[in-house]
Design a protein around this ligand. Structure first.
Ligand code: AMP
Ligand code: MG
Length: 428
């Protein structure tokens, strides 16, 4: 069977994947989902002019000429905590004490921050403090009324957050096809939106097949293998914002395997199995899938993860990933993850590739394939530095566990220390 280039296999798979139907979702369940519709703000944010500072709402014209040496004294006619409704207007010669977020009272056109003021009550203290200033005649103020000295002239609009300065009513707040971050959920809550239309998390059934597999931690008999692929793939699906369905271990029995595929095809958006896809394999999975599904068995020009089966059972996409533990994880990264992201409405489905420097040689032999070496990278001196993460065999899962990237080694005799190399960043 001829080897297929990676990009061709990816194109073949991704073309057959479509986006799931959008559904209504509560905003507090929507982190990481992709929006299906534009969301406009129904109201201006902020809803009204309000203060960005604790201080005094004033008429800026009253502060002309104010300085530390020549403070202006205003009469304090009220207090506005955040959440209070402004009822008293600010008239000439007056100020209202105001807390961050409170609405600007009528008449005021600016806020003097509290650090640039000094307030006091009554004529006694006013007399004591204004003795060395040019402030208005203390006798003109009511005897026990609170007064405030203003130490700086302010321009109209100072420390006022204008209504609609963040979003105006009707303005696009979150466009369709946005992957929702914590900040987006904050925006949606700030405009009073509690439900949105988004693409659901793909439900992905994951099961292993094989009489040789055990998963209960009991001692191994000769020929037995512990099932590590299922937990690894379930976890990758979870990390990719999918809802994994644990299908367990299915015995080597055509009826049992057929039933598992047909059952999950009814209730899930995708099915992932591992093992039984190698060339010349006689495997029950292959026999069953060829009977009940439309599958293509591929050999891809990559290492690890050369064999791959992809197709559908009852219209549900099925990924038959290779059985070797590293191969199945790399295969998930290259094929299943982008396909699942496409189902979830993402437009950027593949991981970003970065460029780094090989901090040590990354050897390989020319074999007509692109290699995905398990590497560990760190960032220092403005560069990514890559080192081998350990054993590079497709059965050496500990090398995969130590890796935070896959170096993309084009067909060649390897990368020398100090050479530039492309890599895929792994992880959530
Ligand atoms: P296969 O692709 O079925 O020929 O499997 C290749 C190798 O992958 C097997 O010899 C096992 O060592 C390993 N393998 C298959 N399935 C699993 C599994 N569920 N967990 C861990 N290793 C597995
Ligand atoms: Mg097998």
């Amino acid at each position: 069977m001829a080897l297929i280039p990676l990009e061709e296999a990816q194109k073949h798979i991704f073309e057959q994947i479509s986006c799931l139907s959008a559904a209504e979702v509560a905003v507090d369940e929507a982190l990481g989902l992709v929006t299906a519709q534009d969301i406009a703000s129904p109201e201006p944010i902020p809803a009204w002019d309000n203060t960005a500072m604790d201080g005094f709402a004033v008429r800026s014209s009253d502060t002309i000429g104010a300085s530390e040496q020549t403070p202006v004294v205003l009469e304090v006619v009220g207090t506005l905590p955040a959440g209070a409704q402004p009822e008293t207007p600010v008239q000439q010669g007056q100020a209202i004490r105001i807390m961050t977020g409170a609405p600007i009272p009528p008449g005021a056109d600016s806020v003097v921050q509290v650090e640039l003021t000094r307030s006091f009550a009554g004529t006694t203290s006013l007399g004591a403090t204004s003795s060395n200033s040019d402030s208005p005649n203390p006798a003109a103020a009511p005897s026990e009324a609170e007064q405030v000295e203003i130490f700086q002239q302010v321009q109209p609009g100072t420390h006022i957050r204008r209504a609609g300065e963040d979003l105006t009513a009707g303005q696009l707040a979150v466009p369709a096809q946005t992957c929702l971050t914590p900040a987006h959920l904050g925006v949606l809550s700030s405009i009073g939106v509690t439900k949105i239309s988004a693409y659901p998390k793909p439900r992905v059934a994951v099961f292993s097949t094989g009489d040789e597999l055990i998963s209960d931690g009991s001692p191994l008999e000769i020929g037995q293998i512990r099932d590590s692929n299922r937990i690894a793939i379930i976890s990758l699906a979870q990390e990719a914002q999918c809802e994994p369905i644990n299908g367990g271990v299915i015995p080597d029995d055509e009826t049992a395997i057929g039933e598992a595929f047909l059952k999950h095809a009814q209730t899930c958006d995708a099915i992932i199995t591992t093992g039984g896809v190698s060339m010349g394999d006689y495997d029950y999975v292959k026999v069953v899938l060829d009977r009940i599904g439309q599958m293509r068995w591929m050999q891809i020009a990559i290492r690890p993860a050369k064999p791959l089966a992809f197709g559908t059972v009852s219209g549900t996409p099925v990924f038959g990933l290779p059985g070797n533990p590293v191969s199945c994880m790399v295969s998930f990264e290259l094929f299943a993850r982008p396909a699942l992201r496409k189902m979830a409405g993402h437009t950027q489905i593949q991981r970003l590739r970065r460029r780094g420097i090989a901090a040590e040689a990354l050897p390989r032999r020319s074999d007509g394939k692109t290699h995905f070496a398990r590497v560990s990278w760190n960032y220092s001196d403005g560069q990514f530095w890559l080192r081998s993460a350990g054993g590079q065999g497709s059965h050496q899962l500990s090398g995969m566990a130590a890796a935070n990237g896959l170096a993309v080694l084009a067909d060649s005799d390897g990368i020398a220390q100090g050479e530039e190399v492309e890599f895929i960043q792994l992880g959530g």
